[in-house]
Design a protein around this ligand. Structure first.
Ligand code: CA
Length: 232
């Protein structure tokens, strides 16, 4: 089962951005703007990780963190704290109260996703697969290595991330703009055609001779890793 993430963030655009990106990565997501809601949501279902904003109306993120750490049943839930720039002292306090990691706003979404993956892997190795496999293709996240039928496939870092993203959710169709956000990051302006160029290169690298194409182009929608790939 996919890992579940609880987002506690009162700034709506950030909450939406995070929910969207975590869902695209295949996580189950719940979100709230209220620190007061956290205890109830955690009781309802224990999340595998909490992304917690520092500045919340009412009870603050740091207070939420402290409360979670005092209860034995929630003590071990990994927490990533979000802080605003200029709260460096508070940041240190945040870590002291037991957050596992922190990011200063504005942060890059791919960076946050990478940190979440690292923490989840540490906390629960089964929640994040080290090696994604489909048919004769294997993608090793830790070694940053891709093989097909045991031969090494040379990919650029962008193509690696693109393949990783698609392989995480076989069958799920991603639009070009979703892929841009997830692979290139929101801060960088890249034309949507860039996605087509990189998918083209990725296909070329992955296929030799009569090998089948693992990537499906969905007309006027985008791309997906073919869920039937390797099934035959
Ligand atoms: Ca806030």
């Amino acid at each position: 089962m996919s890992a579940s993430i609880l987002i506690v963030e009162d700034e709506e655009p950030i909450q939406i951005l995070l929910s969207y990106n975590f869902e695209a990565e295949g996580y189950r997501v719940r979100a709230t703007a209220q620190g007061e809601e956290v205890a109830r949501l955690v009781n309802e279902e224990r999340p595998d990780l909490i992304v917690l904003d520092w500045m919340l109306p009412g009870i603050s993120g740091i207070e939420v963190c402290r409360l979670l750490r005092t209860r034995p049943e929630t003590r071990d839930i990994p927490i990533i704290m979000l802080t605003a720039r200029g709260e460096e002292n508070e940041r240190v306090r945040g870590l002291a109260t037991g957050a596992d990691d922190y990011l200063v706003k504005p942060f890059s979404v791919p960076e946050l996703l990478a940190r979440v993956r690292t923490i989840l892997r540490r906390a629960n190795p089964d929640a994040v697969a080290e090696v994604l496999k489909a048919g004769d293709i294997a993608l090793d996240r830790r070694a940053r290595r891709v093989t097909r039928s045991k031969r090494d496939i040379e990919l650029s870092p962008t193509e690696f991330r693109l393949l990783e993203h698609l392989m995480q959710n076989p069958g799920r169709v991603y639009s070009r703009s979703q892929l841009l956000d997830a692979v290139w990051g929101r801060d960088i302006y890249v034309d949507e055609r860039t996605v087509d160029v990189h998918v083209g290169r990725l296909r070329k690298s992955l296929q030799r001779g009569r090998e089948s194409d693992p990537i499906r182009t969905v007309r006027s929608m985008g791309y997906a890793f073919d869920e039937r790939f390797g099934a035959a």
